[in-house]
Design a protein around this ligand. Sequence first.
Ligand SMILES: Cc1ncc(COP(=O)(O)O)c(C=O)c1O
Length: 236
Amino acid sequence: MTHRDLIATVRRTPLVELRRLAKDLPGRVLAKLEMRNPCGNVKDRVAVALVQDAESRGLLKPGMTIVEPTGGNTGIGLAFVCAIRGYRLILTMPETMSVERVALLRQLGAGVVLTPGILMIDAVAQAQKIANELPGAVILDQFRNPANPEIHRRTTAMEIWQDTQGEVDSFVSAIGTGGTITGVGEVLKQKRPGVRIIGVEPANAAILSWRPGGESPDSRNRRRIRPGSLEPCNSR
Ligand SMILES: Cc1ncc(COP(=O)(O)O)c(C=O)c1O
């Protein structure tokens, strides 16, 4: 089998049984190996989806620039997709991002703009400023873009459903934007109403359990998986 390009190799990651881990448990525990995606994580799916969605809606055309605030894996995924599709990419992120990550992004051809401090909100503002000033620039906004959870409805969820022949009782996911748990959770619940959907977040970066008036999650942690809010395209 041949593939048109690396983008076409995203998805269809294997589900592997963790037998030693689960040896004393009544059920099977399966890990979905998202590291088999070209850039090594689940966000490759989202990067491809954001770009393809913007192309199909006519928002992204040859010669245009994508600007995105992300120091995370979506940035790496976008850098790889943009390298293949020929778009210029500018990523904004807090200066505390690791030098290895910045070097990797630059190696993939992305422009990296570092913002002072640790807060993602400053990187978001900087991305907005660049997009406003640069002709032909577009922000795809993984946090608000419905294409994010949608790719998990169409691919991640269906792969899990098919590979388990529907024998799935619980789904556990880390939460960044909430796209994975929203997309997969909705489909699995629809197909099997009793399924348990469990989101995991670091104790010291507890955004889901944060309530207005509590100590700001931003002040408590530097390296967390989520930038600080659940956005409208995702379920709470
Ligand atoms: C490696 C990895 N796994 C999972 C997630 C969570 O994904 P989501 O944004 O869909 O909640 C992230 C988010 O940043 C991630 O980088």
